[in-house]
Design a protein around this ligand. Structure first.
Ligand code: PBG
Ligand code: ZN
Length: 319
């Protein structure tokens, strides 16, 4: 075996898995309440931008060559029905419009309500604090249309409501957005790895948790059923989330479905690597690339990661 490991050139030649900047997606946060960029302690390197900041970041990302951005917004006002999420002048709509005006970046819009509702849940609540499924997916349809109208190239619903893909597809088609694809957060688990994200996006539920809509962590067959339904409802890309702790699910999805697979290396995965690196306990560059390569090897075609810019730059340097 060692004959094929004897030099970097030979190792490159026989490499079974390669990463490319075009398959990396960077989550981007815009906050309508700030005038200058904000850092978050639990997510070193992740910057939340004011709405005026899109031109600067767009240029940086185009230079780094990332495949796309996944845009999240923090609105100036929250209410029980998340009105800002489907307002044509909402924070994410403004951010999308701005990014598209100054760049050729591929812009994917995260489609959910938890950043926009005052209770922090991913939909509207009944009197007992439970999310009402069908009222919520009607609103998801409205969000999708407003995001497409703002210029989003793709929408990515992350709320884990039943029937959300069909509702969004129907709403988009009815408004003339037949060409806007849906990246479905199909197998999104009820994960503790989302903790740091909620510090950045200010989207932690005030009362209760998301176990009533996100998937139980140990359920593999149920994940396949979730994906199956999204495919039938008309999604274009399947997502598994988180990525690193769920490589088996990524592999099984890649084997079972003939759609592109995306995997989301989430905030907690990133925060753990950052914390260990800050202590000098791991070589950050190598662990970053290894974690991404492992997700690719498991079967992901697209990787959403907070490391997208650094990893894209590193891949370009190597060429
Ligand atoms: C909102 C949403 C979350 C993430 C992406 N979209 C948080 C959640 O479901 O609580 C998590 C991303 C991350 O942890 O990096 N629905
Ligand atoms: Zn949500």
């Amino acid at each position: 075996m060692r004959r094929l490991r004897s030099s970097q050139k030979i190792r490159d030649m026989v490499a079974e898995t390669r990463l490319d900047p075009s398959e990396l997606v960077l989550p981007l946060f815009f906050d309508a309440n700030i005038d200058s960029p904000r850092m978050t302690e639990s997510m070193p390197g992740v910057v939340t931008y004011p709405l005026s900041g899109y031109a600067e970041i767009a240029k940086e990302l185009e230079e780094a060559g990332v495949g796309a951005v996944l845009v999240f917004g923090i609105p100036s006002a929250k209410d029980p029905v998340g009105s800002d999420a489907y307002s044509d002048t909402g924070v994410v709509q403004e951010a999308i419009r701005g990014l598209k005006a100054v760049s050729d970046l591929l812009v994917i819009a995260d489609l959910c309500m938890c950043e926009y509702t005052d209770h922090g849940h991913c939909g509207v609540l009944d009197g007992h604090g439970s999310v009402v499924n069908d009222d919520t997916i009607d609103l998801y349809g409205k969000i999708a249309v407003s995001q497409a109208r703002a210029g989003a190239d793709m929408v990515a619903p992350s709320g884990m409501m039943d029937g959300q893909i069909a509702a969004i597809r129907f709403a988009l088609d009815a408004e003339g957005f037949q060409d806007v694809p849906i990246m479905a957060y199909s197998a999104k688990f009820y994960s503790a790895y989302y903790g740091p994200f909620r510090d950045v996006a200010c989207s932690a539920p005030g009362k209760g948790n998301r176990a009533g809509y996100q998937m139980p962590c140990g359920n593999r067959r149920e994940a396949m059923r979730e994906i199956d339904m999204d495919v039938v409802e008309g999604c274009d890309i399947i997502m598994v989330k988180p990525a690193g702790p769920y490589l088996d699910i990524i592999r099984e999805a890649a084997d079972a479905f003939n759609l592109p697979i995306a995997a989301y290396q989430v905030s907690g995965e990133y925060a753990m690597m950052k914390a260990a690196a800050a202590n000098g306990w791991i070589d950050e560059d190598r662990v970053m690339m290894e974690s991404l390569l492992a997700i690719k090897r498991a079967g992901a075609d697209i990787i959403i990661t907070y490391y997208a810019k650094e990893a894209a730059r590193k891949l370009r340097e190597r060429r």
